[in-house]
Design a protein around this ligand. Structure first.
Ligand SMILES: [Zn+2]
Length: 345
């Protein structure tokens, strides 16, 4: 795309950081605002990006569906856009979504105005995920990136490698219920699907809090094989979880229900598991490094592939990434956005 003169085509002139979040002035629209606004462009369904109470929500059909599950009372005007479907906003702003590879329906918001293209990537990753469309590089003038794992120490292993640890442990400890702590949107389904791809055939046992979104993934065509609502199993029936995989939200890893599982082996799946102290905090006996965010190398590679001359960094380890990109001659700056959760995996 044309690199045109910086005065008329500088996104700084028409994008603002406001209290509610990143704001596109001519479109009168916020991107992932953390307070209720009139018009919101939502990149994906995680709670720190998709909040209830907006007047109008522009998002992919999958993200709209996720928001309906999470906020059944919420009733905004919904404008659903498939990936690559253009939509005209006020003042000749063109909006379309490109896959972000983060969770089901996750998108980069591509905003085009006055011959300038700005891409807000939301959260994204470049590693394999059999449950969503892979990240697509969109060449642009201004790229807005997250920085959750933006330190050189973060290098995420292959998914198959982490899954094989679970399968080996099941062989070694067939009497123990293997309880994996996973976030309900994305991580849970990605772990299930990749275990299936690795050949695991027994049923999964799902904590009740994971059932709704897993069903939604199935409605969008994902197949996880047989799974059983674990919290409905009472008394002796719970014995069938020995030697099987149970999935539950991280917050429940140490609660009464989890501790009462037969000979429970606690496992935590998260990008943060690369930090030993975090695994200890979660009281995990086994840590799986499974991240839904880009690691250090992928962040830099992605920025370079977009060929953006300006990079805005929204949340996470902004300093390190800003420094590294500037060293490479890219005009990078951290945006002072509030409301993003560090542990938002
Ligand atoms: Zn996210």
């Amino acid at each position: 795309m044309n690199k045109v003169n910086a005065i008329t085509n500088n996104a700084e002139n028409w994008m603002q950081v406001r209290r509610q979040g990143l704001y596109c002035v001519p479109a009168e629209a916020y991107i992932d605002p953390h307070e209720p606004v009139e018009r919101a462009i939502i990149t994906h369904g995680h709670a720190d990006h998709a909040r209830p109470g907006h007047g109008e929500v522009l998002a992919t059909p999958q993200t709209q569906a996720i928001m309906k599950v999470r906020y059944p009372e919420d009733n905004p005007v919904r404008i659903s856009l498939e990936y690559h479907q253009s939509h005209g906003l006020k003042n000749n702003i063109n909006l379309w979504f490109a896959p972000a590879g983060h969770v089901l329906g996750s998108a980069q918001a591509v905003v085009e105005f006055d011959n300038h293209r700005l891409v807000v990537s939301g959260d994204y990753k470049r590693h394999d995920d059999p449950t969503c469309k892979p990240f697509e590089v969109v060449k642009c003038d201004t790229f807005v990136t997250e920085a959750t794992f933006a330190l050189p120490v973060f290098s995420h292993p292959k998914l198959e490698h982490e899954m094989s640890k679970v399968l080996r442990s099941l062989d070694a400890f067939p009497e123990r219920a293997h309880l994996i702590g996973v976030y309900g949107l994305g991580k849970c389904q990605r772990v299930m699907k990749s275990l299936r791809n690795a050949g695991y055939q027994d049923p999964f046992y799902l904590h009740g809090a994971l059932v709704g979104l897993t069903k939604l993934y199935e409605e969008f065509g994902q197949d996880f094989g047989q799974w059983i609502a674990a919290t409905e199993l009472k008394g002796k029936a719970r014995e069938e979880m020995r030697g099987r995989i149970v999935l539950a939200p991280p917050s429940t890893l140490a609660d009464r229900w989890s501790r009462s599982l037969p000979d429970m082996l606690p496992i935590m799946a998260s990008g943060w598991m690369q930090i030993r102290a975090r695994a200890r905090q979660r009281r995990a006996e086994m840590a799986l490094i499974v991240s839904d965010h880009a690691d250090w190398n992928d962040l830099i590679r992605t920025v370079e592939e977009t060929e953006a001359s300006a990079v805005w960094i929204t949340h996470g380890r902004t300093d390190a990434l800003e420094y590294e990109l500037r060293k490479r001659g890219i005009h990078a700056k951290a945006l002072d956005l509030i409301g993003r959760e560090e542990d938002s995996e």
